[in-house]
Design a protein around this ligand. Structure first.
Ligand code: MRU
Length: 357
């Protein structure tokens, strides 16, 4: 990664240190979490955001809860499991759409239960949970590299790419999902231009993706979200790359609001919309997009606040943070296990059945 891009998170025995993404790009500040409740607040308030990063942060939130329980006098394995269960509930409520969160929590709950069933004491359960969180972190890093490679293979010589929101290093642990493909394409010498939409209302494109690309020396241009279809009409876009927060069993994709509009515009202009996401973002328990919970966020994100008010303060507001793109509008899904193209229930199941690349 470019040295100027700070790491989203690092675990230092007893604390999870998060880069405060609400302050980027102007300030590089950190938030130090020592409890699961603090990690949950950091996820809810978006100090840490992006589906894979949220999952890894939540896993370390469980480690913190377990450490706290193990530090009490005469800690029992059952008391520790109860503390883990309560932390799982608190963290699961933080943000509803990114399934990486509940996937990570289930993984951690399972690791704790397995250790206890094998007779581990409280300290040993904590060690196992630390190892499980570190394994998830390592998995996401490896997955980013593999997805970057597979996505670039799929793109071939296409060098003018449009990206939405931030699906880069700041949304993961390193490199990203959709932006991992951009980085790989750049390293292969195939990249001409990255068109970065602002991503209203929280401006993850303007604040985070433009920051990552500038730090990496990658040619890019920022534009207002409503210009996307016009850029396609002018023939300036070879492919659109996006991440995902939850992919249903039939291939429908929930991602940052605005993705569906990009997909419709891509279909009209015959431009491939490529979704890049690790298998930790797939939810086979959701039959289709209609079953995906969509997070509604605060009205203040849309109307602005204080001197920046952009609408009368009492204006009624709609602010879903995500939308659902039907699988048939997706050209391909790139995961660390391979590419599903076209994206259907069968091709998705086929990719999941493979061992990692
Ligand atoms: O609300 P955010 O910033 O957490 O939304 C992020 C996105 O929608 C990303 O596209 C998605 O999480 C994939 S990140 C690799």
């Amino acid at each position: 990664m470019a040295p100027g891009i700070p790491r989203t998170l690092r675990y230092q025995g007893g604390a999870l240190v998060l880069l405060d993404q609400r302050r980027l790009p102007a300030h590089r500040e950190e938030v130090r979490c020592t409890t699961a409740a603090e990690v949950a607040a950091a996820i809810r308030d978006m100090a840490v955001r992006g589906a894979p990063a949220i999952g890894v942060a939540a896993a370390y939130g469980i480690v913190l809860a377990a450490e706290e329980a193990a530090a009490e006098p005469n800690p029992s394995a059952s008391a520790l499991l109860a503390r883990v269960a309560s932390a799982v509930e608190t963290l699961a409520r933080a943000r509803p759409t990114a399934v990486n969160l509940s996937n990570a929590l289930e993984r951690m709950r399972g690791a704790a239960a397995e250790a206890a069933a094998e007779g581990a004491d409280a300290d040993e359960i904590v060690r196992r949970l630390e190892a499980a969180a570190a394994a998830l972190e390592a998995f996401e890093i490896d997955a980013s590299r593999t997805m970057g490679r597979l996505g670039a293979d799929l793109l071939g010589g296409r060098g003018r790419l449009l990206v939405h929101c931030n699906a880069g290093a700041l949304a993961t642990v390193e490199r990203g999902t959709a932006l991992a493909v951009v980085y790989e394409q750049f390293e292969r010498g195939h990249l001409e231009m990255v068109y970065v939409d602002e991503t209203r209302p929280r401006l993850q494109g303007a604040r985070l993706t433009a920051f990552e690309l500038a730090e990496s020396g990658i040619p890019h241009a920022l534009f207002v979200d409503s210009l996307a279809a016009t850029l396609m009409h002018r023939g300036q876009v070879d492919a659109v790359l996006v991440g995902a927060d939850r992919i249903a069993a039939n291939g429908d994709v929930a991602n940052k609001v605005g993705t569906y509009a990009l997909a419709v515009a891509c279909a009209h202009h015959r431009i491939p919309l490529i979704v890049v996401a690790p298998t930790t973002t797939v939810d086979l328990g959701c039959p289709d997009g209609a079953a995906i919970p969509i997070e509604d966020r605060d009205r203040a994100e849309v109307v602005g606040s204080g001197a920046d008010n952009s609408a009368p303060p009492a204006t009624p507001v709609l602010n879903p943070a995500f939308d659902v793109t039907p699988a048939n509008l997706v050209h391909a899904l790139v995961t660390e296990r391979g590419v599903a193209r076209p994206l259907t229930q069968a091709t998705l199941a086929g990719v999941l059945a493979r061992s990692p690349e």
